[in-house]
Design a protein around this ligand. Sequence first.
Ligand code: MLT
Length: 319
Amino acid sequence: MSEIVVTEDIVGVAMQRLCETHDVRFEPTLWNRPDDLAAALQTAKAIIVRNQTQVTRELIQQASQLRIIARAGAGLDNVDTRAAAEAGVVVSYAPSENSVSVAELVLGLMLSLVRRLPAAWQDTRNGGWDRIGFTGGELFQKTLGIVGLGRIGRLVAQRAAAFGMRLIAHDDFVDSASPQIRELNVELVSLPELLAASDFVSAHVPLTDQTRAMFNSQLFGQMKLSAFFINASRGETVSEIDLLAALRDRRIAGAALDVRTSEPPAIGEFEKLDNVILTPHIGAFTHEAQERVVETVCRDVAAVLSGGEATSVFLIKSR
Ligand code: MLT
């Protein structure tokens, strides 16, 4: 039985080092076999996961030797952080290491939507040369509505500003008077105002009970017919049935989804539409981001197992 269990495909120089110096069970499909996972955790002192392993209260309570849960990424919606705190298990994560990569993907998706890049590539590879048919739009002077002005939302704002976009945002938790927000030149507005004014609406909210399926028919109905919706945050923040209807009925112009309610998703209705771009949750998947993410969590695991302290620790805020 190994002291460290890696349940998803998490690789890199730091992981290599960890495997050379520790007893690591590296099993990228373990997340999908809950019974085997529970058995592996009976003796493990550390578990390293991405977003697919459900680190539940039950699992944590059964893992009596567990000292650290390391999440190779930013979102902690798959880890019961409260149960970990109660059990005295450290939760380490990588809150900012992949933010730039996600923000860059969002800009890429916006350009892909407005210039129809995937369709233009498909057509050209099939022998087409339809310059007029692929006449697109500019980002310049368009309004970007950012729902959630956290780390990634802010990086998206900075990059969109370079394209000459007008920036508005909705976030109940940011202080509009803070120097960080004022520097961004983003106007904070209500959600209905944002939806009505935006040419692009980009979702940057964490998955919580409040945000689950928040992007529903009511919200899509408030967007412009010409607007695009982008989601590189969490699939479960969107009601996929409602989004499908909005896209089919041309209630909005199009959508780009890097995340889905179930991953990998079953091939279904989105794939049939010509106003959708789908990518396989690759926001964080650049070589640079992954090196940083894996370095952070492997360093923390090694530190805790040798009796030291983790440095990138998630702490539950008291309400
Ligand atoms: C994150 O939460 O950091 C990203 O969605 C990437 C991931 O889940 O691996």
